[in-house]
Design a protein around this ligand. Structure first.
Ligand SMILES: *Cc1c(COP(=O)(O)O)cnc(C)c1O
Length: 396
């Protein structure tokens, strides 16, 4: 081991520790469920992205087991060489149907979809205009391009229009507008209808990252494009299987030509092993389940509405959230950390979100509601949030 490197890294870790930014993740001792065992303690889970409870759903588990029996444990290769099984093709075709898009491309993860597709689409002479609160995987994807980079104010359409005018004046070959669909820290929704209007006015290309909208927004959880009825007007609708869909994988719903180009040019699609059959089969089962019934999506929203309403009645500030992502504002970072620790002691698991993930005075506990939470679990969580909120002087 190189001692100089290790001593430098140790110093950096100590700095992170001083700033309270060191990760020390708690461990799940079983499946991810609405009540589960975390760090050896039974808690009501309020910080998983398992919005529909699909991560531990019987239909998905059965499909995964059957696929292992038929196809084995691994895929054997990268997609372009020998790692495309009929399962991968079936999933992409099913997704296109679900999304009402011409076609769909399945990546290993949402992160690799963004970090592979964005640099494939942009060259020097192009411009990208990105919402200031976009996800880190978009930021990394944009960093890999030689295009000119611009940032617009969060969900601010006059700021976007201003940037479009500024960029257009330089006559770039291609302009890409890129935004999260649902923003993961605040749970607000991008005004994608207005973005699509502006894109058409300025002849720009649109790309939305709907990681937190898949399975949550739209009819049967079809996502943000369906939510705003924008089918055919958004060039790239990217999403993930790792949240509401309960498994793992990235997706991009787009046209046939765009897909053909992306799969030939995305290094994160070409150069990495494809998903094991179990994951793909479980993903197919998840989409089939959603196409057959919107019961889970409806339950997710009724749980969300109830939980938010109760928190507001108690006097908590839940910020600008419009989705199951529900911040409980503490403003102060220390209070957010303390609240998370106390909630865990009381049997509720929710993590603090502090600077630099959010502004210094905008610390919060981020709670996430799922379809799986029972009335008892929601009431238990609310009771504990009320108790700890009073201890910390957040409410009276
Ligand atoms: C979670 C998330 C991703 C990454 O998706 P994975 O499939 O888990 O890699 C990308 N973008 C946003 C907005 C996310 O919230």
């Amino acid at each position: 081991m190189n001692e100089k490197l290790e001593s430098e890294l140790k110093l950096e870790l100590e700095k992170l520790d001083e700033q309270n930014l060191l990760w020390n993740p708690k461990t799940l001792n079983g499946p991810s469920c609405s009540t589960c065992e975390v760090g050896g303690k039974r808690v009501v889970m309020l910080c998983s992205n398992n919005y529909l409870g699909l991560a531990n759903h019987e239909a998905l588990k059965k499909a995964a087991i059957a696929a292992i029996e038929k196809y084995g444990a691994g895929s054997g290769s990268v997609r372009p060489i020998a790692g495309t099984m009929d399962l991968h093709i079936e999933l992409e075709a099913l997704l296109a149907k679900f999304k009402h898009s011409e076609d769909c491309l399945y990546y290993n993860s949402g992160f690799t979809a963004n970090s592979g597709a964005i640099p494939a689409l942009l060259r020097s002479g192009d411009a990208v205009i990105s919402d200031e609160l976009n996800h880190g995987s978009i930021i990394d994807g944009v960093r890999l391009t030689k295009a000119e980079r611009h940032i617009y104010k969060h969900c601010d359409m006059s700021s976007l229009e201003e940037k479009l005018k500024e960029v257009k004046a330089k006559n770039p070959n291609r302009i890409l507008i890129i935004t999260d669909g649902v923003f993961s820290m605040d749970g607000d929704i991008a005004p994608l209808d207005k973005i699509a209007d502006l894109a058409e006015e300025f002849d720009a290309v649109t790309y939305v990252d709907d990681a937190h909208g898949d399975g949550v927004l739209g009819d049967h959880g079809r996502g943000i494009v369906n939510h705003f009825k924008l089918e055919g007007r958004v060039d790239f609708e990217m999403g993930t299987f790792s949240k509401a869909f309960g498994t793992m994988g990235g997706l991009i719903a787009t046209s046939k030509i765009n897909k053909e180009f992306l799969l030939n040019k995305s290094r994160t699609w070409l150069l990495t092993g494809s998903h094991p059959p179990a994951t793909v089969a479980a993903s197919i089962a998840a989409i089939k389940l959603l196409m057959e019934s919107d019961e889970l999506v409806k339950r997710l929203w009724s749980n969300t509405t109830y939980f938010k309403k109760r928190l507001k009645e108690l006097g908590f500030d839940t910020g600008r959230s419009e989705t199951p992502i529900t911040p409980v504002m503490t403003y102060d970072s220390g209070a957010a950390r303390k609240m998370s620790t106390r909630l865990y002691e009381e049997g509720v698991y929710a993590l603090p979100i502090v600077f630099p993930m959010v502004a210094k005075d905008a610390a919060r506990i981020r709670t996430m509601i799922t379809a799986e939470h029972t009335q008892e679990e929601l009431d238990f969580a609310i009771e504990k949030i009320e108790k700890v909120g009073k201890e910390l002087g957040l409410i009276k």
